[in-house]
Design a protein around this ligand. Structure first.
Ligand code: SAM
Length: 221
């Protein structure tokens, strides 16, 4: 899964999302001392945000030591920590100026505790359109219809939303990239890998796939 993610992101197919995150980070967190991504995976997004904010230091936190190892190599201002973010963030109170959370679990209380009172939280969540073409043809798991409600229930006690932006783009993907994309998230966890490979083999050589992600910016209550 970590290898699929690294290969797919490295090919630049999620660059529009990375660029949108960088732009929002520059709008909301210029001068940030510490930027933290909770569930940072291979560090792809936080590394790009650090490129856009040259005075900031970064911390990528992930449960997977394999992901953290890759993240450690992505940027010279990025440190990494292996931790279960549901057990707590390995950070002092109020120490983070910008918290990022991209397709990852959101421990709202801990994000609130670690964030500076003037800090910002930026989250990225897939919309119904995200990978819709593949979810139908490969019979992957759908995006949870109650996601909005779940996000609101978790974050509203601690945060106030200040901006929302949609990022929509198109990806032309061959079979190898489709296998990476299906393998890098929870969408295909319920399918045996041989079954998934058979389904991918039935697709046209190139498939046009929609990326559709909502970005939300929050301040602390
Ligand atoms: C869908 S991936 C997203 C990774 C990265 N944000 C990206 O978009 O490339 C979710 C990540 O959250 C991490 N994760 C899942 N549960 C976690 C937990 N309890 N504590 C820390 N990290 C966790 C996974 O290891 C994985 O790297």
């Amino acid at each position: 899964m970590v290898g699929s993610r690294a290969e797919f992101l490295g090919a630049g197919h999620y660059l529009p999302l990375a660029n949108a995150l960088v732009e929002l980070s520059k709008n909301h967190a210029v001068g940030a001392r510490l930027i933290m991504e909770a569930g940072a995976g291979t560090g792809y997004y936080i590394a790009r945000v650090l490129d856009g904010l040259p005075e900031s230091l970064g911390l990528a936190i992930d449960l997977s030591k394999y992901a953290a190892r890759r993240a450690a190599k992505t940027h010279d201002r990025l440190n990494v920590a292996v931790a279960d973010i549901w057990d707590g963030l390995p950070l002092k109170d109020n120490s983070v100026d910008l918290a990022l959370n991209v397709f990852s679990p959101r421990p709202a209380r801990e994000l609130f505790r670690a964030l500076h009172p003037n800090g910002k939280l930026i989250i990225a969540i897939p919309t119904f359109e995200h990978m819709a073409e593949l979810r139908d043809s490969l019979r992957l798991l759908g995006v949870d219809r109650n996601k909005d409600l779940r996000v609101a229930r978790a974050l509203d006690p601690f945060f106030i939303e200040s901006e929302r932006r949609f990022c929509r783009w198109n990806m032309e993907l061959n079979h190898q990239l489709i296998a990476c994309l299906a393998g890098m998230g929870p969408f295909a966890w319920h399918i045996h890998s041989a079954t998934l490979a058979d389904r991918i083999a039935m697709l046209t050589p190139t498939v046009s796939v929609t990326g559709a992600v909502e970005l939300r910016v929050y301040a602390r209550r």
